[in-house]
Design a protein around this ligand. Structure first.
Ligand SMILES: [Zn+2]
Length: 543
């Protein structure tokens, strides 16, 4: 018979040899473990049968391997897909797997097949066997009528097994098989090195996963907006917090998102057109500085403003946060519209917390400023299959990263790994010491030339200094170095931090000037006369 293997060259081969080249991966042959080599030798004998048991236990049916089908790929998805097995071979290199998995997180395992040309559509069983370090075995089966080729997107065209968090532990070993559903079906013969539909081919794979507990802690602060006889404050219920936590947990590599409701913060007057959410961010920052909360916590204001301002904005973060330290807790502040409920607030919340984790924008709509040059997928696409651990929906790779301004948002593999590196550090704070924090003066510079200032504590990274403060009466000698960064999702608005000192306090009464670049990808120049004389460090209670 004539078959056309990959590459389009027609060859004439026996029916079972046709797919040998791609079926039998070279990687397996070259694996140096004695285990793998021994197995290969066994199955190169013409007519050899299944090489191990059927992966069942006392409660499962005895079934034979399915004929004319191969189990070529296994994937695990906790939000973003990781490939565990490709071409039958376990991927040991984390880069090849795509992303890092977590233990104790809901996991969708999927098995994808390829069919021999002689395959006859029929009922098959996908059996996933997991052996735990404590000796327990978990067997999970998916009965499926296999009609045609495997397909990533259609739930009906892959074998899938959903593992609960407690079923995903360190050191567990997995292996999947495709079996005939008909117990009376004859066991297939394997000729000339052909292999049964089992993955990994050489033996059980070990789930390599991140095992420390990862938390995302956020305090939700309702803004009481009072303006022109109107008073509005979001009434945040337990259900609202749950909706926001659910969104965070689906889109971040965490075991748990812990949200608590903070005391309301009042803001009087119109927010106006020119300053965006800046005045609210300044109020939140001053409140957090005066009432310190856990340094790892994200501090998020929610507002339904009386006058609808700021027009056209959904939310802002005080800045694109630097690498997480106990000294830059004041960079984990953001605000967003409430839109009446936690469910309606969730998408902006996730985006702004992305900035507060240090993420820049991903280009998609063209309206995004401050683009991350490292982002690997074009058009802002997530680039791999997504899966919601709470809503159980699959998302195609054409979806957009949540740091774009486009819709259909999900987390990319890139975003997942980025957040993992940040949340890993933040989750370790509770057992660490804060060290020495210094008094800082912080402020927001607005596009209209005005600015707002407050005092806070923190520790600035010396490498981040990109501006200097100058006493206008002695312009040649910089008074202090400063860190100036853009306010996220704002235009021409900058967040400034600088060490406070007594010399500066005296100079402040005479007037200061800040000069430098505004950070971010645009490196906007900042040169501005500022007045911070109203700050009184001696009466400040922040610690
Ligand atoms: Zn943004």
């Amino acid at each position: 018979m004539e078959n056309v293997p990959e590459g389009g060259v027609s060859v004439v081969l026996g029916p079972r040899q046709r797919l040998l080249g791609s079926w039998y991966p070279r990687k397996v042959v070259s694996r140096s473990t004695a285990h793998a080599v021994g197995w290969v030798a066994t199955c190169l004998v013409a007519g050899c049968g299944p090489v191990d048991d059927d992966g069942g236990d006392a409660n499962t049916r005895v079934l034979s391997y399915a004929n004319d089908i191969r189990l070529v790929r296994l994937a695990a998805n906790q939000g973003v897909q990781a490939t565990l097995v490709a071409d039958g071979v376990e991927l040991l290199d984390p880069v090849e797997r795509g992303i890092d998995l977590l233990t104790r997180r809901t996991t969708l395992m999927q098995g994808f097949w390829s069919l021999h040309v002689d395959f006859v559509p029929r009922a098959l069983v996908g059996r996933l066997t997991i052996d735990y370090p404590n000796g327990r075995r978990l067997v999970r089966e998916h009965d499926l009528f296999v009609e045609g080729p495997s397909d990533e997107g259609t739930a009906g065209a892959s074998f899938y097994w959903l593992l609960a968090p407690e079923e995903v532990v360190a050191g567990m070993e997995y292996r999947a098989r495709i079996l005939e559903a008909d117990a009376a079906a004859p066991a297939p013969l394997y000729l000339d090195g052909e292999v049964p539909p089992v993955a990994p081919l050489h033996g059980p794979g070990e789930l390599v996963a991140y095992d420390s507990t990862l938390r995302l802690t956020a305090i939700i602060v309702p803004i009481l907006h009072r303006f022109g006889g109107c008073e509005r404050k979001p009434e945040v219920t337990e259900g609202d917090l749950l909706a926001m936590a659910t969104a965070l947990e689906q889109l971040n590599p965490v075991h748990v998102a812990e949200l608590t409701l903070g005391d309301p913060v009042a803001f009087d007057g119109s927010i106006g057109e020119l300053k965006g959410f800046g005045p609210i961010l300044a109020e939140l920052a001053a409140t957090r500085a005066a009432n310190p909360v856990a340094p790892e916590a994200f501090y998020y204001g929610v507002i339904d403003s009386c006058d609808g301002y700021p027009a056209g904005l959904a939310g802002q973060a005080i800045t694109i946060a630097g690498a997480p330290t106990m000294g830059n807790a004041q960079e984990r502040i953001a605000v967003g519209r409430w839109n009446g409920s936690g469910a309606n607030a969730a998408s902006t919340f996730v985006h702004e917390l992305g900035h507060a984790q240090g993420r820049m924008h991903v280009r998609c709509s063209g309206g995004e400023a401050g683009i991350d040059p490292q982002y690997p997928h074009s058009g802002g696409r997530i680039g791999t299959w997504g899966f919601g651990i709470h809503d159980r929906w699959l998302r195609p790779p054409s979806g957009r990263d949540y740091m774009t301004y486009c819709g259909s948002e999900w987390v990319s593999d890139y975003g997942w790994q980025y957040s993992l590196s940040v949340l890993d550090v933040l989750s370790g704070f509770s057992s660490a010491s804060a060290g020495e924090l210094q008094a800082l003066v912080a402020g927001i510079l607005y596009p209209d030339g005005t600015s707002q200032w407050w005092l806070q504590r923190g520790a600035l990274d010396p490498l981040a200094f990109n501006a200097e403060l100058v006493d206008e009466t002695h312009p040649g000698e910089p008074l202090a170095k400063a860190v100036v960064r853009p306010v996220a999702d704002a235009e021409h608005t900058f967040y400034v931090q600088a060490p406070w000192n007594a010399q500066w306090e005296r100079a402040a009464a005479r007037g200061l000037h800040i000069r430098g670049n505004g950070g971010g990808s645009g490196q906007s120049t900042v040169s501005r006369a500022i007045s911070i004389a109203q700050l009184d460090a001696t009466s400040w209670s922040g610690r």
